[in-house]
Ligand binder design. Structure first.
Ligand SMILES: Cc1ncc(COP(=O)(O)O)c(C=O)c1O
Length: 355
């Protein structure tokens, strides 16, 4: 469902493709997440969407930002001087290891040695890649991320007064529901560390946008597991995905060997999410055009010269040339992960709904 405000904004756009961000909806959503979490600290993973307008709304609710590059670090510290920043990411450069931080997530014993070599002070969480079964995830973050128990053991004797061990960090998977995440949290918290960052990865459903991650159950579960320890999470997608919309228009409708296609202005170089995740991006057709096909399976594609430029397949709908198409759930890993310059189409404008 798209609300009347978003629909009105989409229909009022002078030019498309465009992104529309619903800032009051983001504000309300993050406020409710914050309330559900109680004492657990909430950082936002900036990689999900670094748009400054969104970050300004988030900054009113979160305890800090998780950044994974010097670029994200400069962006966030420039916008919010003094706001706590957790610096993570595999393959940090020496320059990145020198950046000021509230917490630094160290990924390997060698990275810790390079950090010690800077001679600077640092407050470290060791990123653990534990041997835990992760089931039902959209993406598991095992492989090269963080270190195993032997890597952690190698790090422990290296800490001292300047480079201080504060605790553990773990981001195990993307797309897990609250019970699964709590199961992993329970296993991870079976240790002596006083501070643990449990990462992000809260599930969102592109197939059923109205079903939401159970923040109340997660917050209550963490309160039980924490037993007085300092817990932190760093979600990205589940915070911002719902506030973004990609709006475009139909330039052609045709049938090729019986299959109906709607060809849209723009393409997945503006909204790469359905290609990367292999899903149908949820959409709404607003009948501003004419003719076309009625009540049959339609595949929605963009203007790119590649069969991969697929937004959604066989969506049963009516659609004609000139209709407006609104893709929802375009607020995370959407514009910022897209290959904008492919085919040199004009870039979309960005519009912000405000209270
Ligand atoms: C270390 C780390 N933290 C947090 C996140 C955010 O994950 P999500 O957007 O799934 O919540 C990611 C995503 O890749 C990550 O790598």
């Amino acid at each position: 469902m798209i609300g009347p405000r978003v629909q009105e904004a989409a229909l009022g756009l002078a030019e498309v493709p465009a992104y529309v961000y619903d800032l009051p909806a983001l504000d309300e959503h993050v406020a409710s997440v914050r309330r559900a979490l109680g004492a657990t600290e909430l950082y936002y993973a900036v990689k999900a969407n670094p748009d400054a307008e969104l970050l300004r709304v988030l900054a009113g609710h979160v305890d800090g930002f998780e950044v994974s590059s010097a670029g994200e670090h400069a962006h966030v510290t420039g916008l919010f001087p003094g706001m706590p920043v957790a610096l993570g990411g595999p393959g940090k450069t020496d320059a990145e290891l020198r950046l000021p931080h509230h917490r630094l997530h160290v990924e390997s014993p060698n990275e810790l040695r390079r950090l010690l070599g800077t001679g600077l002070e640092a407050d470290v969480l060791l990123r653990l890649n534990p041997d835990l079964p992760v089931e039902g995830a959209a993406l598991t973050m095992s492989g090269p991320f963080g270190m195993d128990e032997a890597g952690v053991a190698e790090c422990l004797p290296l800490f001292g007064d300047r480079v201080r061990l504060r605790g553990l960090h773990a981001h195990l998977a993307s797309g897990l529901a609250a019970p699964q995440l709590l199961g992993l949290a329970g296993a991870l918290l079976d240790n002596a560390y006083e501070e643990v960052n449990l990462g992000g990865g809260m599930a969102v459903s592109y197939a059923t946008p109205e079903s939401r991650f159970d923040w109340a159950a997660y917050g209550a579960g963490l309160a039980g597991l924490g037993r007085g320890r300092r817990l932190r999470i760093e979600p990205g997608r589940a915070l911002t995905v719902y506030c973004g919309y990609y709006v475009t228009k139909v330039v052609d409708v045709k049938r090729v060997r019986g299959q109906a296609y709607a060809i849209l202005l723009g393409g997945t170089h503006h909204l790469r999410t359905p290609v990367t995740k292999g899903h149908d991006q949820p959409l709404h057709v607003l009948r501003t055009g004419k003719g076309g096909v009625a009540g049959e399976p339609v595949t929605f594609v963009g203007q790119l010269c590649t069969p991969k430029d697929l937004f959604a397949r066989n969506i049963v709908t009516s659609v004609g040339v000139g209709d407006t198409v609104v893709f929802e759930m375009a607020g995370a890993y959407a514009w910022n992960i897209s290959h904008h310059d492919f085919l040199m189409h004009p870039k979309p404008a960005f519009h912000y709904l405000r209270a």
